[in-house]
Design a protein around this ligand. Structure first.
Ligand SMILES: [Zn+2]
Length: 221
C-alpha cells in the first residue's frame, strides 16, 4: 500500500511540476484548471467500466455479494482514498454556490460542474425536495457567503415517477408529498426574509434548472 502511494504520489508531484509553469498568469491558471479536469476525466474513464473485481453483484465465481462483502470493499477503498488524501491535503475554498440535486446516483456533481474544488455546497435529497431543514441549510449557506443557489430537478427521476404512480404513491407517501410540494416549498424558500432581502439587493441569485441526466447539462426549467 505504502509503495503504491509513493509511486502515485511521485506521478502526481511530477505532473504538478510539469504544470507549475502554467500558474504564473491568469490564462495559465485557466489552462491548468482545464488540464486538471481532463486528468480527472481520464481517471473517471479508467474506473468507469470496472466492476468485476469488486462491486459486481454476480461476482467472478458466480457467488452473490453479501452486504458484508460490500461493506468490506467500501472500507478498503476508503482507506486507500484516505491514504492518498493524507499525502495530498486539499485546499479549503469558501463555497460561492449552493446546489440542490436529486440523490440519483447517475448524477455526479463534480462532473456536472466540471470542478473538483470545493466551491459548492451540495444538498442531495430524493426528488430534489426542499423541506424546512434544507431551507435552513440554504439560508445558512447564503449567510456564509453563497451568491448563487441552483435548484435542480432532472430527467428520468425515480422519485417523480413514484409520485406519479398510484401504487408507489401509497407505498412511499412521504416521498410523494415532498415531490408534489416542491413548488410550494420553493415559494416559501424565496419568501424567507433573509433570502428575499439578499435577492432584492442583488447579492443573491436563485436559478431553477433541469439536468439532462444523460449528459448532465443544465437546462432552463
Ligand atoms: Zn431523481
Amino acid at each position: 500500500m505504502r509503495r503504491r502511494n509513493v509511486v502515485l504520489g511521485s506521478l502526481i508531484v511530477l505532473s504538478g511540476l510539469g504544470f507549475a509553469w502554467l500558474s504564473g498568469t491568469s490564462n495559465g491558471r485557466a489552462a491548468q484548471f482545464v488540464i486538471g479536469g481532463a486528468l480527472v476525466n481520464l481517471g473517471y474513464r479508467m474506473q468507469d467500466h470496472l466492476s468485476s473485481f469488486d462491486f459486481d453483484p454476480h461476482h467472478e465465481h458466480g457467488e452473490s455479494l453479501t452486504p458484508g462483502d460490500v461493506w468490506a470493499e467500501v472500507q478498503r477503498q476508503n482507506r486507500m482514498a484516505a491514504d492518498v488524501r493524507s499525502l495530498f491535503p486539499r485546499t479549503p475554498h469558501h463555497p460561492l454556490v449552493a446546489m440542490v440535486v436529486c440523490m440519483d446516483a447517475r448524477l455526479d456533481t463534480n462532473e456536472l460542474t466540471g470542478d473538483t474544488r470545493k466551491y459548492y455546497y451540495v444538498i442531495r435529497t430524493a426528488g430534489s425536495a426542499i423541506e424546512d431543514e434544507e431551507g435552513d441549510m440554504l439560508e445558512l449557506a447564503v449567510a456564509n457567503g453563497v451568491k448563487l443557489i441552483l435548484l435542480t430537478t432532472h430527467s428520468e427521476c425515480a422519485a417523480e415517477r413514484a409520485a406519479a404512480d398510484p401504487a408507489q404513491r401509497q407505498r412511499y407517501p412521504a416521498l410523494t408529498r415532498s415531490v408534489l410540494e416542491r413548488g410550494r416549498r420553493l415559494r416559501e424558500l424565496l419568501a424567507r426574509p433573509f433570502l428575499a432581502a439578499k435577492i432584492q439587493s442583488g447579492e443573491l441569485l436563485v436559478k431553477q434548472l433541469d439536468i439532462d441526466t444523460r449528459t448532465e447539462l443544465l437546462l432552463p426549467h
